[in-house]
Ligand binder design. Sequence first.
Ligand code: GUN
Length: 285
Amino acid sequence: MSAIRIDGNVLAEKVRGRIATDVAALKARGITPGLAVILLGDSPASQVYVRNKVAACGKVGMHSVLHKLPAETTETELLALINSLNVDPTIHGILVQLPLPKHIHEKQVLEAVAANKDVDGFHAENVGALMIGEPRFVSCTPAGCMEMLKDIGMADLRGKHAVVVGRSNIVGKPMAMLLLHANATVTICHSGTADLAAMCRQADILVAAVGKPRFITADMVKPGAVVIDVGINRLPESEGGKLVGDVDFGAVNEVAGYLTPVPGGVGPMTITMLLQNTLTAANRQ
Ligand code: GUN
């Protein structure tokens, strides 16, 4: 039997409807939630992501500004822009698209964003708040994954074993923390994990965030498990050039109980959580 598909587009539409209603209510009080997006350089993938983020703001009635800067922009110039946005009353959320060019210190830049405008949840203050179980702004992709679990009736994960493959600051680590707060028993696997397949097979909830196309194969999945695919990988032209996740969808579909597709799974939920965080930021400010 095939897995039940968790449709990110359908869920995103539902949540964005609620966000649009809340945005309208704020606007009636004279406040339009505003998001500033900063992109350095011309990476085609990043350009698509920021375009989608800006377009999503418009659709729920939010104000957004895209600052597209050349890859050669200096760190000083970037920090000056961030500082000006930090004190701009029309901007409630600031997002610096990653990855940044090599000459820029990512940590310095992420820490320069005012914590109360850090809608990406990357500032150490927000990461720390999540760690102690008092989340303020949570990284959008893991937050979106949790919404997907809630939507299939898995808000409380007591007694469940969740395995996260990948330990990035953007996804793996905050994801593990959110799963823990939902009472799951959590394992984080990474490139140094011995017998990864055996670890993954223990998972009632398997989150793949490794950035390797079709890395999670059917033999790594417990029958009936919930599999959440965070990967977005472009295959080389010689292999068709299409977008695939970190999960071998066709084969895992025959083993898993629930599965998120790529595209149309976690991606739309990431953007939805960005909108949610921007709305929250506007409400707080
Ligand atoms: N690059 C890949 N994912 C993200 C994200 O969630 N936020 C930002 N700012 N950059 C990213």
